[in-house]
Design a protein around this ligand. Structure first.
Ligand code: NAD
Length: 239
């Protein structure tokens, strides 16, 4: 029987690469994005044509409980949930508005809660499943000028570890990938000079690719059942 995966934030970057890898592996997909629904639908059609899988695409704000609940009313079965949707915010904490703060926390952390709570019963009905959260090294060590983002991803890491304990008896594995600097549009706000400084700090001497994160994500859906509650850092030796 075909397996189903929900990937949030799949219109570009890491989410898009994961959609491509999961489709190539034969998963039927439910893909979401915030605004770029045309691009997402185009990707869905491409994947259906090239891999013979079913792709359903929706614009759903990961930080909106009602919208996520509405999405799940259309999902009958689920084997893999990938919480990937994310946004960056750079700036001093003292200049950040409460609205900006809540937006970051809602997208990254509330989003994991809104999807997971509805995915769990579907996975219990299948006898197991995988929840995979795309996190950041800043959630491990914190970053200046990215306090809200670091706090949100730190929360995602703790959410991962705690939920893994809760769900291990039910054969649902919960893991996270803490990414270092990955070459996506999320980093386009940085200047070429900033990117060069960053690159020089990375022992691997390059940024990671979205395809590398996707390859690890797919591996984790095939990992032995005893691997759960882990925040796996993928950063070229950066942090
Ligand atoms: P990206 O900006 O290229 O893509 C982000 C995706 O998330 C898009 O599809 C966008 O539509 C979607 N999205 C944003 N807000 C959303 C919302 N509220 N609801 C639904 N979808 C939403 O970013 P990326 O680099 O591919 O990032 C993917 C994940 O990886 C994020 O969680 C990010 O925090 C994490 N990450 C990225 C890096 C990096 O260097 N690129 C490093 C560490 C962690």
């Amino acid at each position: 029987m075909k397996k189903n995966a929900l990937i949030t934030g799949a219109s570009r970057g890491i989410g898009r690469a994961m959609a491509e890898s999961f489709a190539a592996a034969g998963f039927d997909l439910i893909l979401t994005c915030l605004h770029q629904i045309k691009e997402l639908e185009e990707l869905g059609r491409e994947l259906e044509n090239s891999h013979g899988v079913r792709c359903r695409c929706y614009a759903v704000d990961a930080g909106d409980c009602e919208a996520v609940t509405d999405l799940f009313s259309r999902i009958e079965q689920l084997d893999v949930l990938v919480n990937n949707a994310g946004i960056a915010h750079m700036g001093l904490l003292q200049d950040m508005s409460p609205q900006q703060w809540h937006r970051i926390i809602a997208t990254h952390l509330d989003g994991c809660f809104y999807t997971s709570r509805l995915a769990i019963p579907l996975m219990l009905a299948r006898g197991g499943g995988h929840i995979l959260n795309i996190s950041s090294v800043w959630g491990n060590v914190g970053a200046s000028m990215e306090v809200a983002y670091s706090a949100a991803k730190g929360g995602v890491n703790s959410f991962t570890r705690a939920l893994a304990k809760e769900l291990a008896p039910s054969h649902i594995q919960v893991n996270a990938i803490a990414c270092g600097v990955i070459d996506t549009d999320m980093n386009r706000c940085l200047t070429t000079d900033d990117m060069e400084v960053l690159r020089q700090e990375i022992p691997a001497d390059r940024l990671g690719s979205p395809q590398e994160v996707a390859a690890l994500a797919l591996l984790l859906t095939r990992a032995p059942g005893y691997l759960t509650g882990q925040v796996i850092t993928m950063d070229g030796g950066f942090v």
